[in-house]
Design a protein around this ligand. Sequence first.
Ligand SMILES: *Cc1c(COP(=O)(O)O)cnc(C)c1O
Length: 431
Amino acid sequence: MTQDAPSFGFDTLQIHAGARPDPATGARQVPIYQTTAYVFRDAEHAAALFNLQEVGYIYSRLTNPTVAALQERVAVLEGGAGAVCCSSGHAAQIMALFPLMAPGCNVVVSTRLYGGSITQFSQTIKRFGWSAKFVDTDDLAAVEAAIDDDTRAVFCESIANPGGYITDIDALAKIADKAGLPLIVDNTSATPYLCRPIEHGATLVVHSMTKFLTGNGTVTGGVVVDSGNFDWSASDKFPSLSAPEPAYHGLKFHETFGPLAFTFHGIAVGLRDLGMTLNPQAAHYTLMGIETLSLRMARHVENAEKIASWLEGHAAVEGVTYAGLESSPYKERASRICPKGAGGLFTVALKGGYDACVKFVDSLEIFSHVANLGDTRSLVIHSASTTHRQLTEEQQIAAGAAPNVVRISIGIEDADDLIADLDQALNKASA
Ligand SMILES: *Cc1c(COP(=O)(O)O)cnc(C)c1O
């Protein structure tokens, strides 16, 4: 089943897209092609592959059949033209920016991001001569004002980590479009089951597949999906895609590959030279995880709605930021951007402050205190003392990770058991 079959429903595509019985053996499940290299038919075949005149397998840093099945599946679920898998979500973010940026260029990014992304954008990308301009994406005038001649992309998260904030993707896409720039949306917390950013105008979608897509805490992986909708040749801002590529005898990616230009560049230049490749074993786990994505996400949402409203009424709780709650300022936006629910991730602020948060996470029994989210298991983390530790208090507050805030990733266990666990831990924390 390929992208030519868009009439199938999500539940069918999450199982079948990208997968076909193995041509050599008939194996029904996608085999793990644990191989580094592929035998060329003859020297002419090898030359055609190396010149990008024929698509095929050369070496697993570039392409691998198990990884290719996953790329096709995620591209189909996101409604994109193509996708490139990478070794982690952070690798995917570099792979998304790499063809767009050059020394001196900047990306306009939301202040509400996963803590690791804030560090990657505010510190590490400077080593490449790139920079990030952080803006509150609810202030659309500020987003427009931040864009300058050196801006090459706008970046946000759909449901922003650590939860409770929904980005108005349509409004940002309009601004990016007017400026002739691609909008990149990190769709990790929502997954394509809850939100399809391309339908709201996103050019590229990135994921940490480590989270809900794999869904069971077994791998690190990432992916960049290209909508295929952006005209890379409309300006001279994206020469990696529109101008001749010296390493391929002057081939122009956009002219040659059209809507697949970004995907081909990601494989033929990005993976070839940056080497942030996903391994076939990890791709297999993620393919298995995606088979049940819709079932899991529906349960994550059902549990999160129940638990967030219970927490809101607890005496030790100051507030709950879950966009699915009636009290959330993002309730209306959530119903437009992610109509099937606001995800499984939110934060809870405790009246007892930093100390109560530490006691709370130490007292939980079913919930695990880990630096992860989007697992079948319920997880919790005190962001200010862990993932957001490197940030200033001002950055922590802007990112929704103030010292009195705990991030909760609701799993798919029995909601009543989770509530009982939260109750006993909250009572200990406030004693
Ligand atoms: C975890 C996460 C990342 C980074 O992904 P890794 O797979 O850990 O590299 C990026 N964005 C979001 C929203 C995340 O939750």
